[in-house]
Design a protein. Structure first.
Length: 201
């Protein structure tokens, strides 16, 4: 998966259920361009039965034909939530400032089930005093989960600064911890501290 910083038009979108609420996926036809958190809709608000995990039939926009990027993204996200996928293999295209793109690229280097602090990401992108700016870039991440900003925590381990909310961030971290434990891995790490970014070799 590579991050490409060029702007294309949105060709299609799809809403899928998830353990952290409905997720809207966007594609330009050749790459995944956004994942957005959608609010859970109460059945009485829609006047229709609610689907599992907070989506409803009215949430799903009509599509003239299947978008293979969205199909692949929905499949891989489903596998991730089921604990059977630890790495995403999707074409992605996102836009941002050079600093944001550097931060988002650094996020993809945080291994599954591990955590890094905002200050560690700042060091990784060559801006060691820019921890606050790293937090802002994480909140602006257009591809949460796939670009794992949920793995970035405060220096004291606090779950702050996630666009989907602290509860969603906690759910994702616990999911990854359980998956690693189920496969015989050692402990993910201490909840009270965050380590440096470890780059894949």
């Amino acid at each position: 998966m590579g991050l490409v910083g060029a702007r294309w038009g949105v060709a299609s979108s799809r809403i899928i259920p998830s353990p952290i609420g409905p997720l809207e996926l966007e594609s330009d036809g050749s790459a995944l361009t956004a994942i957005r958190f959608r609010p859970r809709v109460r059945p009485e608000a829609r006047g229709a039965p609610e689907e599992p995990n907070g989506s409803s039939p009215g949430d799903q926009p009509a599509q003239p034909e299947a978008d293979q990027i969205l199909e692949a993204a929905a499949l891989q996200l489903g596998e991730y939530f089921a604990g059977s996928r630890v790495v995403f293999d999707l074409p992605t295209r996102i836009t941002g400032t050079p600093f944001q793109l550097a931060v988002w690229a650094a996020l993809t280097e945080i291994p599954y089930g591990e955590r890094a602090s905002y200050s560690a990401i700042a060091v990784a992108v060559g801006r060691p005093t820019a921890a606050r700016a790293v937090g802002a870039a994480c909140r602006s991440n257009p591809l949460p989960i796939v670009v794992p900003c949920h793995r970035v925590v405060g220096a004291d381990g606090s779950l702050t600064g996630y666009a989907g909310g602290a509860a969603a961030k906690s759910t994702l971290l616990r999911l990854e911890a359980r998956t690693l434990e189920a496969h015989g891995s050692t402990a993910v790490g201490d909840d009270s501290a965050a380590g440096p970014v470890r780059r894949r070799r």
